[in-house]
Design a protein around this ligand. Sequence first.
Ligand SMILES: NC(=O)c1ccc[n+]([C@@H]2O[C@H](COP(=O)([O-])OP(=O)(O)OC[C@H]3O[C@@H](n4cnc5c(N)ncnc54)[C@H](OP(=O)(O)O)[C@@H]3O)[C@@H](O)[C@H]2O)c1
Length: 271
Amino acid sequence: MPHRWLVTGCSSGVGRALARRLVDEGEQVLVTARRPETIAEFAGLPNVVVAPLDVRDEEQCRAAIELAADRFGGLDVLVNNAGYGQFGAVEEVSPEQLLAQFETNLFGPWRLLRLAMPQWRAQGGGHALFVSSTAGFTPYPGLSAYTSSKFALEGLAESLAQEAAQFGVRVTILQLGGFATGYGRALVQPAQSVDAYVPVYGEMRTAFEHFEQLPGLNDPTLFAETVVRVVREPNPPLRVPVGPDAQAHLTAALEQRVKQLAATTDGDDFF
Ligand SMILES: NC(=O)c1ccc[n+]([C@@H]2O[C@H](COP(=O)([O-])OP(=O)(O)OC[C@H]3O[C@@H](n4cnc5c(N)ncnc54)[C@H](OP(=O)(O)O)[C@@H]3O)[C@@H](O)[C@H]2O)c1
C-alpha cells in the first residue's frame, strides 16, 4: 500500500533523487524545497503535491504538515533531509554561523516532528527518517559545526525512538557516506580564517572544492533505493549506514571507541 510522504530539501542531491523515485513508485509525496522554482518539474504529477518549505520557518513547517493532511488525509513518512555543511575550526565559526547551522540541521527536523507527532499519536504510527552522516558519529577535520549538528540530530532521533515507540512511531537514522550531490558547492566558509588550522584541514578543504569530482562517491539513487527499502521493512532498523564507505568508516570508528573504552578501565577499576 502506498505511503504518504513529506520530503524536505528536494531541490537537489539525495532529496531530489528520493522524490523522483517515490513518484516513479506511485507513492503520495509532498515534494518540498525552500525555492519552489527548483522543484517545478514535479508540479502536476499524479499523487504529488509541491510546496515551499524552508525548515527554519515555523509557519511554512505548519503549512506543509497541514497540506499533507488536506491533500492526502495525513502523513506516514517524514524524511528530514534538508541540510548543509558549515566549514571551519571551532574558533573560526561565528556564533551566528553556528546558530544558522543548527537552525537548519537540527531545529528544522525538531519543528516538523513537533507538528507531526500529534497526528501520529492519533493515527497510531508514523515513520521519521533523519538524514545524518558518518559525521554524526565521528568528526572530520574542519567540520566542527556540521559534526556538532549531526551528533545533536542523532540525539534527537534516538530520544524520539525511545519516547514514541509506544505510539507505533518508527525512527531511522540514515548514516550517509559520501554522495555526489551539491553538498560541496553549498558548503559555507567560516567567518574568519586562522592559518594555523590549515595543516589539520587543508586536505579536506581542497577535497570539498572538487567535491563532485571525488572518486568513489555514491550515486544519489542508492540513497533513494535504501530509503524505500527501509520504509517497507516491517521492523526497520534504527541506524542504517548508506554506502559501502559509510559501513567501513562506522565499523572502524566503533572498533576505535571500544578500544578507547577498554583503555579507561582496568578490571573493576575505572581510569
Ligand atoms: N553528500 C554527502 O556526501 C552527504 C554526506 C552525509 C550527509 N549528507 C546529508 O544529506 C542531506 C542532503 O544533502 P545533499 O548531499 O543532497 O546536498 P545538496 O545537494 O546540497 O542538498 C541539500 C538540500 O537541502 C536544502 N536546504 C538547505 N537548507 C535548507 C533549509 N533551511 N530549508 C529547506 N531546505 C534546505 C537545499 O536547498 P537549496 O537548494 O535551496 O539550498 C537542498 O535541497 C543533508 O542533510 C546533508 O547533511 C550528505
